[in-house]
Design a protein around this ligand. Structure first.
Ligand code: NAD
Length: 358
């Protein structure tokens, strides 16, 4: 039986395919932009310069200063640079950090963003922004920060190291998993979640085995697009709440934390979400226990599987459990199963050791 639902589509323009970066000038022209600021991380300055070169006279400059979780000082400086250069738009090339910086400028100056994602994090599909000030990350939703156009060029992901490819891909699968059991799940979003999981689970082992496999890179990026769209359309649950708490409190690395926590958060929720388990089982090749399979997949990909190896101290387990449970009311997160202090502490303990989910 189809349950009643409400679905609000977001405006989404996607240009996908190897070499699609060549279409960037046309995207800039279609938006009527004349001077765009190129944003990237310091590690991807060469890619930023390549993008600026493709834009010719329409590039106002390159700002290679994006950082994880968008520190407020970085956002302020980028806003100033954009204003000083008279930029009328931004091209954010990179992962969630570069796209997050574009969103921070859009939030204040209403400048349109074109995103050229080079990881699988999915920020380019969402109207969610984040800013970090005094160690506290604030997030919000604002349609102005949603990129006007997204170019997915698998060629730009060929340089993404195997470890980051694996963990970034698991981060994307986490969006799909939580979308499948979200309170606002809808049939179309569930289709995207199942297909996104299938594509990533199929592509990631090939990507890790041979980072230059363009077919595998394309399939992984296609999966990331779908999973990012799921993130944008649904309310997130326990998994995202735990990762947000771990990242914000202990500064654990984003994609790696998602990779470690996902099998355990899913195992916690599985008894309450049979339809999601059935969809994930199909997506993962007919396995009986999707949570266990995601743990196995992380192992096959050589990705981290314990919070201990990410640098979390054992003593932090009770504190994180307390914060995750206490901060629940009014947090905007939901969960299909009641979230209890004991339950979360047991979950974190298993994830800390690296043992398989129960
Ligand atoms: P990231 O953007 O920080 O990138 C990680 C590193 O990989 C950087 O040094 C980057 O330069 C490098 N890199 C990226 N692509 C590369 C490539 N193709 N080749 C070589 N190096 C490459 O990491 P991320 O995991 O993509 O993004 C994480 C951030 O995004 C977090 O701050 C997270 O909160 C945010 N995020 C936001 C949303 C949202 O909807 N707002 C969604 C997902 C993630």
């Amino acid at each position: 039986m189809i349950r009643p639902f409400t679905y609000q589509a977001l405006p989404m323009r996607v240009v996908f395919g190897p070499g699609s970066l060549a279409g960037l000038p046309a995207e800039v022209a279609a938006l009527g932009l004349d001077r765009v600021l190129v944003l990237c991380s310091p590690e991807q300055e060469v890619t930023g310069e390549q993008v600026a070169a493709a834009l010719g006279a329409k590039a106002a400059g390159v700002l290679p200063e994006a950082r994880m979780h968008v520190p407020i000082e970085v956002a302020r400086r980028a806003r100033e640079v954009a204003a000083d250069l008279g930029a009328d738009g931004c091209v954010a090339v990179g992962g969630g950090s570069a796209i997050g910086l574009g969103k921070a400028i859009a939030l204040e100056h209403d400048l349109p963003v074109i995103a050229v994602p080079t990881t699988y994090a999915g920020s380019e599909m969402t109207p969610v922004w984040g800013l970090t000030e005094d160690g506290q990350k604030r997030t919000g939703r604002d349609i102005r920060v949603l990129p006007k156009s997204v170019l997915y060029d698998p060629e730009l992901t060929l340089t993404l190291p195997a470890q980051l490819s694996a963990t970034s891909g698991m981060n994307a699968i986490a969006h799909a998993v939580e979308g499948l059991y979200a309170p606002d799940a809808t049939p179309i979003v569930s289709l995207m979640a199942e297909e996104g999981t299938r594509a990533l689970a199929s592509a990631l082992p090939r990507v890790v085995a041979d980072g230059s496999d363009l077919d595998a890179r394309g399939e992984a990026l296609y999966g990331a697009w779908l999973c990012g769209a799921v993130l944008a359309a649904t309310t997130m649950s326990l998994h995202h709440k735990l990762c947000h708490t771990l990242g914000g409190t202990l500064d654990l690395p984003h994609a790696q934390t998602h990779t470690v926590v996902l099998p355990h958060a899913l195992a916690y929720n599985q008894p309450a979400v049979p339809d999601a388990v059935a969809a994930l089982s199909r997506a993962l090749g007919g396995v009986p226990d999707p949570a266990r399979e995601l743990w196995e997949l992380a192992g096959r990909l050589g990705a981290p599987r314990s919070l201990r190896e990410l640098g979390m101290a054992e003593d932090d387990i009770p504190r994180i459990a307390e914060l995750a449970v206490a901060g629940w009311a009014g947090s905007g997160y939901r969960n299909p199963r009641p979230v209890t202090r004991n339950g979360i502490e047991a979950l974190l303990w298993t994830a800390w050791t690296g043992a398989p989910p129960p």
